[in-house]
Ligand binder design. Structure first.
Ligand code: SF4
Length: 339
């Protein structure tokens, strides 16, 4: 998957709604807070992607627009059409925190869905009833796939978010029964775990859900969900070594680079790239080139140099975590939780 930043601004962090937003700090340094990716830049990126086998494959798999809030980019539909020429699977992720179905942000999303792009969203309980719910109702009528992200700061928060989604689909057509069952399975499993172990560890939480499928297909409609841990983020934008729901467990990030694969490439607003979901907040130092300005050969050369640093750094991080030294910074410049 290629994650591409197309917008620096976000209505939620402008309103200070997301206290620990991991994207805020990297984007706040950007000198144009109202920065939008332009169609000309999107075209440069798309042309470069065509020239690099690895990127072509990632794009074929999926291109995901991120930011900031992608629906705030006024050129969204034009940019979508540019990337659509190099991938059949272009989607975007929205906060769906939109005032009404007449707002220009919503109308852009409708265009994208009509062009067969997929719109996914993150559930925000504070604006669910007033803003997200009525628009989600329209989304499930316009597209036949949906992925919901649920960010949780405590495990019980996740239970209530699952319940919110279950109620939503429970009020809709009979055909959504498999979605309801999926949500109910997760809710029951987590509630049982919390009764037995109110302060469960991250490993116990993960184990208790390990055999459950996060996707289900209902006729032609596919539903999926991601449950995402919340993290504290310090004044430099670095995430904590531990998550908010599991503050006693070191939370490690499995870097795919030392394992010899690249599954995700994130292209930041500057054109710089990181081969994971890092949007700049993880402060990963090894560089993977710049999709806007570097040649295809230069990008491949930088990938190879950085790969060696990550292999070495990941092994040192693992050693440090196993020997009570979690958090030590390394000369390789990778974050201390990456193994
Ligand atoms: S070392 Fe960490 S931040 Fe850097 S690419 Fe790997 S997972 Fe991402």
């Amino acid at each position: 998957m290629l994650n591409i930043f197309i917008e620096a601004n976000c209505n939620r962090y402008v309103r200070d709604e997301c206290q620990f937003c991991h994207v805020y700090e990297p984007l706040s340094k950007f000198d144009r807070s109202d920065w939008h990716l332009l169609p000309e830049q999107a075209q440069v990126m798309a042309d470069k992607i065509r020239q690099i086998d690895l990127f072509r494959e990632l794009a074929q798999n999926e291109i995901n627009f991120t930011g900031g809030e992608p629906s705030q980019n006024p050129h969204l539909v034009e940019i979508f059409n540019i990337f659509r020429k190099i991938s059949p699977h272009v989607r975007l992720h929205t906060n769906l925190d939109i005032q009404s179905n007449t707002h220009s942000r919503w109308l852009r999303l409708v265009e994208i869905m009509k062009l067969n792009g997929r719109v996914d969203f993150t559930l925000y309980p504070t604006v669910w009833e007033s803003r997200q719910k009525p628009l989600l109702e329209e989304i499930i009528g316009l597209q036949n796939e949906l992925i919901v992200n649920m960010i949780f700061e405590k495990v019980p928060d996740l239970v209530s978010q699952l319940e919110t989604m279950k109620q939503f689909f429970g009020e809709r057509e009979e055909k959504f029964q498999p979605v309801i069952k999926l949500l109910e399975r997760f809710r029951e499993r987590i509630e049982t775990l919390l009764k037995e172990k109110p302060n469960c560890s991250e490993a116990e939480f993960t184990d208790c859900l390990a055999d459950l499928d996060r996707f289900t297909t209902v006729g032609s409609f596919t539903f999926g969900m991601n449950m995402i841990l919340g993290f504290f983020v310090d004044e430099h934008g670095r995430r904590a070594m531990v998550s908010q729901p599991f503050p006693k467990d070191v939370n490690v990030l499995e870097c795919t680079i030392p394992r010899g694969t690249i599954e995700i490439m994130t292209v930041q607003q500057t054109g710089e790239m990181t081969p994971c979901c890092d949007v700049g907040n993880l402060k990963c130092q090894p560089k993977f080139g710049n999709l806007l300005v570097d040649s295809a050969d230069e990008i491949m050369r930088q990938i190879e140099i950085s790969r060696q640093k990550m292999i070495s750094g990941a092994a040192k991080n693992r050693y440090n975590i196993d020997h009570g030294r979690a958090g030590e910074l390394l000369e390789e410049g990778i974050p201390p939780y990456c193994v």
